[in-house]
Structures are given as structure tokens and as C-alpha cells.
Write a protein that binds this ligand. Structure first.
Ligand SMILES: C[S@@+](CC[C@H](N)C(=O)[O-])C[C@H]1O[C@@H](n2cnc3c(N)ncnc32)[C@H](O)[C@@H]1O
Length: 208
């Protein structure tokens, strides 16, 4: 499955490229439990979490939207009690159960991964953290918009309209350290193209 260009493909977009590569990369890493923070209805990426090898992990899915949660429950939760209809940020603030992998398929705008980091220690001791990194937001992104200002604050850059993904990874690493993690390794996996340019990556961290 090649990278999909979402500028050219408008319908039935297959968004699984990045996570499929990650599942392959994590082959033989021991992962028993997974927290899926922004699960949607699970159809884009979250379903792939059940393909983690060498063991089928126990997955807890979080989704705020009621309708999507209902579809999520139908997809994964009919025989388990593992789909929670709540706010992901609140969930990790109040949780003390630790997982081996936290998958943060965050949306953009108000749903960046930035606000996950201050409470990530509540759900991850040492293990794997995966999140979206948007290095070139499309659709007339403005540094002065609310989202733009949040990005500038987090990445400590005035202009975040067209960034080197390695710079964003490095800044995220610094923030993880500020929040008490030791980093074994951090790397990028391309996710999607927009008009020929990779605008979206997954950042993957081995934390300890
Ligand atoms: C990029 S989509 C996730 C796609 C999903 N992982 C999949 O495989 O289909 C982001 C999701 O986050 C949900 N969301 C937004 N804010 C949230 C919050 N505060 N807590 C939990 N879910 C939230 C949205 O409703 C949306 O379904």
C-alpha cells in the first residue's frame, strides 16, 4: 500500500500506510496492552492495532463523539468492555493504569497531541508513544489562527506553516523530556501526501 495523496483522492481514502509500516517495525516488540486515545469509529487506523505481533494485545479505545463511539463499540466492543465514550485528555488526567503502547491518532486544530504530553506519565511508564505530526498544514493555514498560535507555542517557532519534520520531532522529544521521560529512540513514519508533499507523519517514541 503506497502513500495516498489526499489532494487527488477525495473518497474512500486508505489512511493505513503509516500504521502498517509501524506494525511491521514493531514486530517482535512485546506489547500486551494498548491505549487508543482518538479512536473514531476505528475504520482508518485503529483496527490495525489488533495486528500487533507476536501477541494480540488488549486494546482500550477512547472516543468523544457519541455516534462514532457507537460504531466503534459495534466494531470492537460487543464482546468486551473496551470502548469508552469520553474525552481523551480527561481520561489520561484521571487514569493510573499503565499501557505498553499509547496510540494518539489525534486530529488537528484543537486536538493536537500537545496537551496529551503533560499527563502521558499517568498511562505510560516505559513503552511506546505514537502520535501525528503535521509539518505543513493545508487549506490556507495561518500562523495567526488559534491553531497556528498553539503550534507556535508548542514548537517554539514563529512560522509553522512549512516545517522540517525532523525539527518538529526534535522539539517533541524535548517536551517529552520536560515531562519526565527518558528517550531511547524517536523516529518518523510518513502517513499522507497533500499535492505531492508529505504533510503528515507519525512520530514514534521508545520511552523509558
Ligand atoms: C483522526 S480521527 C481518529 C481516526 C481513528 N483512529 C480511526 O482509525 O478511524 C480523530 C478522532 O478524535 C476524536 N476526538 C476529538 N477530540 C477528542 C477528545 N477530546 N477525546 C476523544 N476523542 C476525541 C474525533 O471525534 C475523531 O474521531
Amino acid at each position: 500500500m503506497a502513500l495516498v495523496d489526499i489532494f487527488k483522492n477525495k473518497e474512500n481514502i486508505d489512511r493505513s500506510h503509516g500504521l502498517k509500516k509501524i506494525i511491521k517495525y514493531l514486530e517482535n516488540t512485546k506489547i500486551n496492552s494498548v491505549l487508543d486515545l482518538f479512536a473514531g469509529d476505528g475504520s482508518f487506523n485503529s483496527w490495525l492495532l489488533y495486528q500487533i505481533n507476536p501477541r494480540l494485545p488488549e486494546v482500550t479505545h477512547i472516543e468523544l463523539d457519541k455516534e462514532l463511539h457507537s460504531k466503534l463499540h459495534t466494531r470492537f466492543g460487543r464482546h468486551r468492555n473496551n470502548c469508552v465514550n469520553t474525552d481523551a485528555y480527561k481520561f489520561i488526567k484521571n487514569s493510573n493504569k499503565k499501557y505498553d503502547l499509547v496510540f494518539c491518532d489525534n486530529g488537528m486544530w484543537h486536538n493536537e497531541y500537545f496537551s496529551v504530553l503533560p499527563n502521558l506519565k499517568n498511562v505510560l511508564n516505559k513503552g511506546i508513544f505514537i502520535h501525528n505530526i503535521n509539518c505543513r498544514p493545508y487549506n490556507k493555514f495561518s500562523n495567526d489562527s488559534e491553531w497556528g498560535v498553539t503550534r507556535s507555542d508548542f514548537y517554539e517557532m514563529i512560522d509553522t506553516s512549512d516545517c522540517d519534520p525532523e525539527d518538529l520531532l526534535e522539539k517533541t522529544g524535548q517536551k517529552l523530556k520536560d515531562n519526565g521521560f527518558k528517550i531511547k529512540h524517536g523516529t518518523l513514519f510518513p502517513r499522507e501526501l497533500y499535492n505531492g508533499h508529505i504533510y503528515l507523519y507519525f512520530g514514534l517514541w521508545h520511552l523509558q
